[in-house]
Ligand binder design. Structure first.
Ligand code: ZN
Length: 257
């Protein structure tokens, strides 16, 4: 939402959205200093909740340094050192979106340190998987890394941006899987409904790609329309749109929809 206008908040409210969560992510540019992230974390924890509240929407967030800016481990650790003071904010749900971008060693090291931070504080984890040609390898590396944590509660982990070739290993390993909907590239509405029909709906949810590029905050309600068109029952639609996110996010004591 940090890269969207107030019109988007209004449209979300009109579509019936009452609660949203926003991951810390790559905001369309590389920040030049850790101080840039300090301001960003304040934006996520102080300003966006107020902006959303004007439209009757509760705004929650996840914190981390995203994988795209985490390839310099010295810089990444400077940013990570800022995170603990924000973890006490009442709208911070957990650590995310962490993970891999280009599947580098440095990204893996910082990813592992974020998972450790979440495990130490018993927080839910939101994981980004790489796009396009890096996705399959990145998902495998992600699953291997997570498997090395013997005390990780897999029910508290959602692996996001799954596609047809990565959804099964994620669900089979006991994690939640997120389908991120895009208007043009990557996972379309009809592909998401295909995946619900083939693999779902257990531990599956969907979210709207909503950022600085071509994306649509209303992708989720549009996908619910697609489910309706394909004769999914009202109960099934309600389950994937509302009950699943609520079930997963309620693992954070902070989440009070
Ligand atoms: Zn992502």
């Amino acid at each position: 939402m940090v890269s969207r206008t107030t019109d988007d908040y209004e449209m979300l409210a009109l579509a019936g959205c009452e609660v949203l969560c926003e991951p810390a992510f790559w905001a369309g540019f590389d920040r030049s200093s850790a101080a840039g992230f300090y301001d960003y974390f304040r934006q996520l924890t102080e300003y966006e909740p107020k902006r959303a509240a004007k439209y009757g929407i509760k705004h929650y967030c996840w914190l981390c340094i995203n994988p795209k800016e985490a390839d310099d481990p010295v810089f990444a650790r400077e940013v990570m050192a800022l995170i603990p003071e924000f973890l006490d904010c009442p709208t911070v749900l957990g650590i995310g979106e962490i993970g891999l971008n280009k599947n580098t060693r440095n990204e893996l090291a910082i990813f592992e340190e974020h998972v450790q931070l979440a495990v130490d504080r018993d927080l839910p984890i939101l994981i980004h998987t790489p796009h396009l040609e890096d996705k399959l390898k990145g998902t495998r590396l992600t699953l291997d890394l997570l498997a090395s944590f013997s005390n990780l509660d897999r029910n508290k982990v959602i692996i996001d941006h799954v596609e047809e070739h990565t959804i099964a290993p994620v669900l089979d390993a006991g994690y939640w899987a997120g389908m991120t909907l895009y208007p043009q590239s990557k996972c379309s509405l009809s592909r998401a409904v295909d995946m619900i029909e083939v693999y779902g709906p257990d531990r599956l949810w969907m979210n709207s790609a909503c950022d600085w590029g071509v994306s649509d905050p209303l992708a989720v309600p549009r996908c619910l329309q697609e489910m309706k068109r394909r004769h999914h029952s009202a109960a099934d639609i309600q389950r994937i749109a509302y009950q699943h996110p609520k079930q997963f996010l309620s693992q954070s004591a902070r989440f009070q929809p």
